[in-house]
Design a protein around this ligand. Structure first.
Ligand SMILES: NC(=O)c1ccc[n+]([C@@H]2O[C@H](COP(=O)([O-])OP(=O)(O)OC[C@H]3O[C@@H](n4cnc5c(N)ncnc54)[C@H](O)[C@@H]3O)[C@@H](O)[C@H]2O)c1
Length: 384
């Protein structure tokens, strides 16, 4: 029987090459004083920003060079207050989109990020709607333009954790695959593996529902046909469009079905090592699939068989074929195992204890034991 479910969705989602040209009208529909959050080199998206700026009474631009921290969230919120912002625009990867989500929430609710952060913060409820946020991704990976959380690094705790509430889903996601055409191969590889993982984990999660299943299936089919192509030939707009679709559908799926052990570990390992989120997901994906498959009942195995068919394009593929295909993909994309980021076996106990408490772990299809989680971590360290 289908479990009860509810969906958190953006009020509007525009998808397709060229849709970034709509941004001036979309942003002006929400306000006149815009806080803009971009990646570390705002000049890269100046063609997109210039027409937006032209229609605004006030503009503050906040660039974020790496994955955002609580301190970045405080600074972006101050910048927004400085112009009395009434709308927020994010143009960039998951990092600027998450920073914009945090600032839009804090500008409306007041207080400090630590008041609201889960796990290491005070976890206060978010009671007011954030400022309207328009999000236009320039990577195909996180799906952050349609999710209800903002991931922030908390350096003093050595972790990345989320601000989270259904109210935090951006008001309007503008997904233009052409904005990803200039992503270099390493970013395409890491963010593409994040997108793929964010379709796979919700599909096998214990919170999957018929709507998220459809999104995950379409996203996995798209990644299966196009991630290698987009990595090899960044100018291939059809492959970029498939990966943008996979990314946005992965975001919709994760926001509405939860994730699993890959993401349970990812926040911890990203916080400890500084490795990019997508690279961490890629290193963990097949060790987690193997651990879950070893404990799978017939239903879960059937789900992994379906994933294998969609990724490989082979109607006879079984779960193990899918895992082997993923191993080859990670190799071909040149993504190294976790040891390359300075993580070690000595950290296993600490890493596993922190990962077990992460909110994503609750979505894993089977509750993995401490021993099983330790094996996953050690396998991801060495790439086996
Ligand atoms: N909120 C969510 O639901 C969610 C989901 C998954 C991940 N995340 C978070 O998102 C962050 C990672 O985001 P990301 O993977 O998109 O990476 P990113 O935003 O950190 O960008 C990675 C690099 O690519 C560059 N870049 C971005 N777009 C480019 C383009 N079009 N051309 C050339 N260079 C470009 C950036 O400047 C940066 O150097 C992490 O903090 C992760 O935890 C959030």
């Amino acid at each position: 029987m289908t479990q009860a479910f509810e969906l958190a969705l953006p009020a509007r989602l525009s998808f397709g090459a060229g849709r970034a040209a709509d941004l001036p009208t979309v942003v002006a529909g929400h306000g006149r004083r815009v806080l803009v959050v971009t990646g570390g080199t705002p000049g890269r998206v100046e063609d997109v920003l210039a027409p937006v700026r032209a229609g605004m009474a006030a503009v503050a631009v906040v660039p974020v060079a790496g994955e955002p921290t609580v301190e970045d969230a405080r600074a972006a919120t101050r910048a927004g207050r400085g112009i009395d912002a009434d709308v927020v625009l994010a143009v960039g990867g998951g990092s600027p989109i998450d920073l914009a989500k945090a600032a839009a929430m804090l500008l409306a609710n007041g207080g400090d990020p630590m008041d609201y952060l889960e796990v290491v913060g005070r976890g206060q409820p978010i009671t007011r709607d954030p400022l309207p946020l328009v999000a236009a991704p320039t990577t195909a990976g996180t799906g952050a333009e349609v999710t209800a959380n903002a991931v922030l690094g908390v350096p003093e705790h050595g972790v990345k954790v989320s601000l989270r509430h259904p109210r935090m889903v951006p008001r309007h996601a503008v997904v233009d695959p052409a904005l990803t055409l200039d992503c270099p191969p390493a970013v395409t590889a890491a963010s593409g593996m994040d997108a793929l993982t964010q379709c796979l984990e919700p599909y096998v999660s214990n919170r999957a529902n018929p709507v998220t299943d459809g999104w995950a299936r379409t996203g996995l089919l798209a990644a299966g046909r196009s991630l290698r192509v987009a990595h090899r030939d960044g100018a291939d707009l059809a492959a970029r469009t498939d990966m943008a679709l996979c990314s946005t559908l992965g975001g919709l799926a994760l926001a509405n079905a939860k994730l699993g052990a890959v993401h349970g570990f990812a926040g911890v390992l990203g916080g400890l090592s500084g490795a990019s989120h997508g690279a961490v997901c890629a290193a963990l994906l097949t060790p987690v699939c193997r651990a879950n498959l070893a404990r799978a009942d017939a239903d879960l195995r059937g789900r992994f068989d379906a994933v294998a068919r969609w990724l490989t394009g082979d109607a006879g593929a079984l779960a193990e074929d899918g895992v082997a295909w993923l191993d080859r993909l990670v190799d071909d994309l040149g993504i190294p195992p976790l040891a390359a980021h300075g993580l070690t076996a000595r950290q296993a106990e600490e890493v596993v204890a922190m990962a077990a408490r992460a909110s994503s772990m609750q979505g894993n299809p089977v509750p993995l034991t401490t021993e099983e989680l330790t094996d996953v971590y050690l396998a991801a360290l060495e790439g086996r």
